[in-house]
Design a protein around this ligand. Structure first.
Ligand SMILES: Nc1ncnc2c1ncn2[C@@H]1O[C@H](COP(=O)(O)OP(=O)(O)OP(=O)(O)O)[C@@H](O)[C@H]1O
Length: 242
């Protein structure tokens, strides 16, 4: 399996603060990789570096074999790399259909084609019954789905999901796990930041753990939840990995 994403020596300084430090990470094509760690560990900064929001201070990022660090988010999106945001910001006064069509216009100028793509995405995410609902009137769970829908409409090969389970009820978390696995089954490689360990365990092929911007563990969900450093830094002594 080839690597769709390869990160080498990635470092980001914000003034005197090093948010990400000499990080090496890869994601194989078709894999689901979770990035976990305590608040302020540097997870969102890693996403922002990969998605082109920030340029790295040091290090390189290769996507599909090509160096992409320093490129802008919209150019990366055109190459097949899309992301969701932790704080979702849809066009609240516009419908679900409209919001998803905005993503689809990345690859077409045709309203009919954008609509067709949006219909396909809404079906995938079980959002079709909400197509005419204003985004501002959606529940949290449906807003999270819409956030994924907006990204999915750009036809990503690699999808970065930033805490899409946050604020969801347990049954909604289960639904979201099913949706994300479904995306992978359709050929999308998935990179998630997630705090809900039950979801991390159910979803991920591999997990990378960062603490103070540095990778402290990497492996299967079982491996990392039994790792002493991870328990100490993140999961806590009461965590039951069994
Ligand atoms: N634009 C910025 N300017 C200055 N400092 C920043 C900036 N973005 C992040 N930081 C700092 O970098 C560190 C890592 O932050 P980051 O948001 O990446 O952590 P995180 O692991 O995503 O946290 P959380 O789980 O709370 O979302 C923190 O100390 C944060 O305050």
């Amino acid at each position: 399996m080839s690597n769709i994403l390869e990160i080498t020596g990635l470092t980001k300084h914000f003034g005197g603060l090093t948010a990400v430090s000499a990080l090496d990470l890869h994601i194989a094509q078709g894999e689901i990789l979770a990035l976990i760690g305590p608040n302020g560990a540097g997870k969102s900064t890693v996403f922002n570096l990969v998605a082109g929001v920030y340029a790295p201070s040091e290090g390189v990022i290769h996507f599909k074999g090509k160096a992409i660090h320093g490129q802008k988010p919209w150019d990366l999106c055109r190459l097949g790399l899309a992301r969701t945001f932790q704080i979702v910001k849809p066009f609240a006064g516009k419908t679900v259909l409209y919001n998803i069509m905005v993503g689809a216009f990345l690859h077409t100028n045709s309203t009919a084609k954008a609509r067709e793509k949006a219909e396909e995405v809404m079906a995938t995410l079980a959002l079709d019954h909400l197509r005419d609902r204003l985004a501002g009137n959606l529940t949290i769970a449906d807003r999270k789905r819409l956030e994924i829908g907006k990204a999915l409409a750009t036809d990503p090969e690699l999808l970065l999901l930033d805490e899409v389970m946050a604020g969801l009820r347990p049954t909604e978390v289960d639904d979201m796990i099913g949706i994300i696995k479904g995306l992978r089954d359709r050929g999308v490689t998935v990179f998630v930041i997630e705090h809900i360990m039950r979801a991390v365990m159910a979803l991920s092929d591999r997990v990378a753990v960062i603490h103070f911007g540095q990778k402290i563990a990497e492996g299967t969900p079982e491996d990392v939840t039994h790792d002493e450093n991870v328990i100490k830094a993140y999961l806590g002594g009461d965590y039951d990995a069994a």
